[in-house]
Design a protein around this ligand. Structure first.
Ligand code: ADP
Length: 499
């Protein structure tokens, strides 16, 4: 039977966010390039789907604006209504911009429509991404004119795709009463992706006058993220540790010196997760729903998943899950040299993700040598992600850097114990288990070293096999953590209040 915590009463299933009024009467426009439930490639979409909702639940007028991508499903498009249109200047270009709107769960979403820029499959990776998102940033500002009476006090921008909003506001709009008092927040979700393009774009695409080009100029290139950092009133990132890390060159990807100069306005606020949609008690993709009280049912998910995947079916075989982009960021360079050592422990490793070809190939070839131990599911699937969270005993996330990371929090909520490297948000959300105190929610290692990671995996697997009581204690600790957005939304409100 699970060990019940004496101190924390909340469990995975009763962490549903209760609505409490937040004392804040300013209006927020949340500008993002992706948002759940409409379109998602990573954690930004989850944040954009949860933070505005938590603010709205607290009574704050927060609305979201994103591009109207072709890939947004028809059933969601059917909920949209046309608001109006205008034309947007982009240097010598004069581009059509339509605005649509939809209300989901009390949150108003606006969609910027321009088929030339956004009627394409996927979100990013086009030769003209710089122009597409410069257009979007300018459209965010212009579309406020169409939002019948909704005049935001704050525009909250996210990552390089919307980093130009604070720049454009300062350069082109401050003389207009509608815009003159708008404050801006710029949140860095991943500093590796900066929107860096050839220097000619500051004139030819952004249309910046010569005096303003220094805002985005970086080593002769145009760098959108730099512009956001320079011109936003507040800069945040998604964990306190990452806010410190990006001040040095290993993590800063060239932005470190700029951030050191702007440190006075930089802070870190950890992300939460949507505790409603990430709940093993109600997850529609679970084979068997469970919570902490009925934790023994979790193993039914493992055996059913093993059967579906064609793996040996045995609830006692430790299953390690991984869900995420297969890129160097996620620590695949640590996994490659020791993956066979992990599989030789007799565990089952189930990995879901897409990304760099070399990692996909490494996993495919390894799977052919270890058909009873490894499943590499090279795809993007919310259903398979849920099944991994439900079925696995451990969740491996050995990231090289991790601004926040959501998967490890989701895993803890599902009682799959994280094995993580102590960096960024992983450090801030996973407490290493200490058997002397009984505290801790997972297993950690510090150095970016494959053998340190292997050692952490060995510790976890050893404890799973031989120390069932301790294991259950950690599961209990992990599943009773509060990762809900309610408290985090209050931290953002405090930041907004400083403006
Ligand atoms: P990122 O750096 O990609 O933003 P996060 O851990 O912050 O990483 O968020 C990743 C989110 O995307 C999690 O909700 C995770 O479950 C989901 N995810 C990642 N890869 C996949 C995939 N291949 N299929 C389904 N969901 C995925």
């Amino acid at each position: 039977m699970p060990v019940q915590s004496k101190t924390k009463k909340s469990t995975a299933s009763n962490q549903q966010e209760k609505k409490t009024k937040i004392d804040f009467d300013k209006k927020i426009l949340f500008a993002t390039s992706e948002a759940v439930p409409f379109i998602k490639t990573g954690g930004l979409a989850d944040v954009a789907g949860s933070l505005p909702k938590a603010l709205v639940d607290g009574g704050v007028d927060c609305r979201v604006i994103l591009p109207l991508y072709m890939d947004i499903k028809q059933e969601l498009r059917d909920k949209m209504t046309y608001v109006g249109n205008l034309y947007v200047n982009l240097s010598w270009r004069y581009q059509y911009c339509g605005l649509f709107k939809a209300e989901i769960d009390g949150v108003t979403y606006y969609f910027v429509d321009n088929e030339y820029y956004f009627k394409r499959s996927g979100l990013y990776g086009y030769f003209d991404d710089g122009e597409r998102f410069a257009f979007f940033a300018r459209a965010v500002i212009e579309c406020i004119r169409l939002m019948d009476g909704f005049a935001p006090d704050i525009i909250h921008c996210n990552d390089w795709q919307t980093a130009l909003v604070p720049v454009f506001l300062d350069v082109f709009y401050r003389g207009d009463d509608l815009y003159k008092n708008i404050k801006t927040v710029f949140t860095i979700h991943n500093i590796e992706f900066q929107g860096r393009y050839s220097g000619f774009m500051s004139g030819d695409v952004l249309g910046l006058p010569a005096w303003a080009r220094e805002y985005v100029d970086f080593d002769g290139d145009v760098n959108y993220m730099k512009g956001g950092i320079e011109r936003a009133n507040k800069v945040t990132t998604v964990s306190q540790t990452y806010a410190q890390e990006i001040l040095n060159s290993y993590f800063g990807y060239g932005m470190n010196n700029i951030l050191v100069n702007r440190q006075f306005k930089l802070s870190g606020i950890i992300n939460g997760i949507d505790v409603k949609s990430n709940d093993p008690k109600t997850d529609k993709y679970a084979y068997t729903n469970y919570d902490l009280k009925s934790f023994e049912l979790k193993s039914e998910n493992k055996t059913a998943f093993q059967k579906d995947l064609g793996l040996p079916v045995d609830k006692n075989i430790p299953m390690i899950g991984m869900v995420g982009r297969l890129t160097h960021q996620k620590g695949l360079d640590l996994l490659s040299p020791v993956i066979t050592r992990i599989l030789d422990m007799g565990v089952q490793l189930v990995i879901l993700g897409t990304g760099d070809y070399k990692y996909e190939e490494m996993l495919r070839s390894c799977q052919s040598r270890y058909p009873g131990n490894l499943r590499a599911l090279i795809t993007f699937s919310g259903e398979l992600a849920s099944k991994i969270y439900c079925a696995s005993d451990m969740f491996l996330m050995p990231s090289k850097f991790e601004p926040c990371g959501l998967s490890q929090m989701i895993a803890m909520r599902y009682g799959s114990l994280p094995i993580v490297r102590e960096t960024g948000g992983l450090k801030d959300t996973v407490i290493p288990y200490d058997y002397t105190t009984g505290k801790g929610t997972g297993f950690t290692f510090y150095s970016y070293n494959a053998y340190d990671m292997l050692n952490a995996v060995e510790r976890a697997v050893g404890m799973y096999r031989d120390y069932k009581q301790d294991w259950q204690k950690i599961v209990n600790n992990a599943m009773t953590q509060d990762f809900s957005w309610k408290n985090i939304a209050l931290r953002y409100v405090n930041l907004y209040k400083e403006l």
